[in-house]
Design a protein around this ligand. Structure first.
Ligand code: SAH
Length: 226
């Protein structure tokens, strides 16, 4: 964990947490097919290493997912970029994220969308993410400790709902919190347990489900852990 006294130093970035390391990550993302300049721009600018335990910070810009405690993981940079690109394709004003986790995906989204809500079910992760996002002045991100399966009714409707944990069936409650033409992006498991990045496009009372690529996420779970 980063002590507040260490933050200025970590923010400046030394060695494996430096701007050059981030630039290399972004060059790799572009090679891997990420084309949205806005997404590449914020990922080049924002300190991913601050979202990991200090012992893992030097690996923050590697092409891999990393543990954040409580059996959860920070997705690999490519996955964050890909999902952010899918969100940005919708030019959304209001976005709901389910699974704050470390808060890194939340930070990236907060720099790109006007209004953001994010829900996490594990208290310790929620608290730490809130602290980091406050320090990084992501003031347009509102966080809540809750079971994201219920969405965020008072703030609905959302133009985009993004899940960063894998559902086993389409979360109807979340679909109901989409705006008329809203989109949900989520990892969704098929009956064989294979996970697919999936886009659900609402149109009035109907919705259209589109399967994108194979992915691997931690499961969407129920209840709150205090
Ligand atoms: N976007 C995160 C990824 C974290 S992993 C990051 O950038 O670090 C997925 C997160 O979803 C975990 O923190 C897990 O606790 C959370 N999660 C799983 N089921 C949930 C639920 N029903 N409601 C809210 N959060 C949930």
């Amino acid at each position: 964990m980063h002590s507040p006294e260490r933050l200025p130093e970590l923010l400046r970035g030394v060695g494996m947490t430096s701007q050059r390391t981030r630039d290399r990550m972004v060059a790799r993302l572009a090679k891997q097919g990420i084309t949205d300049e806005r997404v590449l721009g914020v990922m080049a600018a924002e300190p991913r290493h601050l979202f990991l335990d200090e012992a893992l910070a030097h690996r923050a810009y590697e092409d891999t997912s990393l543990p954040i405690g409580h059996g959860q993981t920070l997705s690999q940079p490519w996955m964050v970029a890909r999902m952010t690109e899918l969100v940005m394709n919708e030019a959304p004003r209001r976005v709901l994220e389910i699974g704050t986790g470390s808060g890194y995906q939340t930070l990236i989204l907060s720099r790109l969308v006007p209004e953001l809500w994010s829900v996490e079910r594990i208290n310790a992760l929620h608290h730490l993410a809130a602290k980091r996002l406050r320090l990084l002045k992501a003031h347009n991100a509102r966080l809540r400790l809750a079971d994201g399966g219920h969405g965020w009714q008072e703030a609905a409707p959302f133009d985009v709902v993004l899940l960063t944990a894998c559902a086993h069936e389409l979360p109807e409650v979340l679909i109901s919190q989409l705006s008329e033409e809203g989109v949900m992006i989520l990892p969704l498991a098929d009956p064989n347990g294979e996970q697919w990045l999936t886009r659900v496009r609402r149109s009035g009372t109907q919705h259209d489900v589109q399967r994108l690529e194979r992915v691997r996420f931690v499961p969407l779970l129920q209840g709150v852990i205090r």
